[in-house]
Design a protein around this ligand. Structure first.
Ligand SMILES: Cc1ncc(COP(=O)(O)O)c(C=O)c1O
Length: 401
């Protein structure tokens, strides 16, 4: 299967002022938020074209964030699966996941725009922790909206955010998970836009967020492309695989390989929130994208073992990449994820985040079934570390045995 999904079309560029990726994306917000989105787009375009902004961003990511993160060859697991497995180690970034890349970028941008407060939504708590970290670093106030269910699943991350000086607001509406936290954060932004930046945590929401967050996360893909070339005698991996909730770690790594015609791109969703494989186009949280919904257009509740993938939609650029065939979207269930979590721990000594274990779960399935040809080179974006999930995994394993 190694190259059949690769396309010659060069994608993942600037979506222009409309923020459209094919028929997806756009800016579906109340009139009161349009000026804020336009102000943010202008500020981002200006900053992204400014070498001084890049110099400061790169410096902080290196000296504070721990970049570049390494690419690790998995000797034992490669032998077990019959493929050459490489991991891009975002779990080793400060705060334990790729989320830091985005919040350092948005924190710097907020400061440049003269904003003194950050608000953020969070599911697994990783984006909340990262936002609280950036707020502490830049001396800003920080409020994090988190579904009540997630505050219980990710108790430790709530405490981490509070230690970092943030206020965590439990959201009690709807399914009390990530979708509802985004709703609440958007409502709060409308009321406080003068002094507040909404630090959105994934490649979703109204333009310019999907594009801006992808650009901030593209550091993953650009680093990984060079690191793979060093390891693969100048070649690119046959497959680049990442989990997808909103889709930011996947977009970040895909951005480095979008023009690598030998590399197939695969994003792995949670089966209970598989927006691309089971969803249909609709509008939510300011964007047109693939969403899981019923026949009357009601958004369905996503259900997954991992709070970070409990989202009924996906970023609009992913819906587009699926549409044009440049990336392929797969889904795995919670049992496969638990198996992947344990296998990586025992063969390589790495506890992955449950989110990241989705990517490995699909690779395990596809390598064992022969869908991935033996000997293929597979790069997985290991988006985060599993420390936050250990208590939950313990409870599940106890319940199972
Ligand atoms: C470690 C980790 N990976 C992945 C995700 C999913 O987000 P995204 O699809 O934007 O990368 C999360 C979300 O919280 C996360 O914490």
């Amino acid at each position: 299967m190694t190259t059949e999904f690769a396309s010659k079309e060069i994608t993942m560029g600037d979506p222009g002022p409309t923020g459209r990726f094919g028929t997806f994306g756009g800016r579906y917000v109340p009139e009161s938020l349009v000026p804020a989105c336009i102000e943010l787009e202008e500020a981002f375009r200006d900053a992204w074209a400014d070498p001084a902004f890049h110099a400061e961003l790169d410096h902080i990511l290196k000296s504070y964030g721990g970049r570049p993160t390494p690419v690790t060859e998995c000797g034992r697991l490669s032998r077990e699966l019959g493929v050459r497995l490489l991991l891009k180690r975002e779990d080793l970034a400060h705060t334990g996941s790729h989320k830091l890349n985005n919040v350092i970028g948005q924190g710097l941008l907020a400061r440049r725009m003269g904003k003194s407060k950050l608000i953020a939504e969070t599911g697994a708590g990783q984006h909340g922790v990262a936002s609280a970290t950036a707020a502490a670093l830049f001396g800003m106030e920080c409020i994090v909206y988190m579904g009540e269910v997630d505050t219980q699943r990710q108790e430790l991350n709530v405490f981490r955010m509070e230690l970092l000086g943030a206020t965590v607001v439990p959201v009690t509406s709807g399914s009390r998970t990530l979708k509802d936290a985004v709703n609440e954060a958007m409502r709060a932004w409308v009321a406080t836009v003068d002094d507040t930046h909404y630090c959105l945590g994934s490649v979703m929401g109204p333009h310019p967020y999907p594009w801006m967050v992808r650009q901030f996360q593209s550091v993953i893909g650009h680093e990984a492309r060079g690191q793979c070339r060093d390891l693969l005698d100048g070649g690119d991996p046959d497959l680049v695989v990442a989990c997808a909730g909103g889709g930011s770690n996947a977009a970040g790594i895909f951005a480095g390989f979008a023009d690598a015609t030998a590399s197939a791109l695969v994003a792995v969703e949670a089966a209970g929130g598989a927006a691309v494989t089971t969803g249909i186009p609709g509008i939510l949280h300011g964007m047109r994208s693939a969403l899981i919904q019923d026949e009357t257009g009601q958004i369905l509740e996503a259900e997954s073992i991992s709070a970070g993938l409990d989202y009924p939609g996906i970023g609009p650029e992913h819906a587009h990449l699926a549409d044009i065939g440049r990336a392929r979207y797969e889904a795995v269930d919670d049992h496969e994820v638990m198996d992947a979590f344990q296998l990586l721990a025992r063969t390589e000594g790495i506890l992955p985040a449950l989110e990241s274990a989705h990517a490995l779960a699909w690779v395990m399935r596809a390598a064992r079934s022969g869908e991935i040809a033996a000997g293929s080179t597979v790069l997985i974006n290991l988006s985060g570390r599993g420390d936050k999930d250990v208590a939950q995994v313990r409870d599940i394993l106890k319940g199972r045995s």
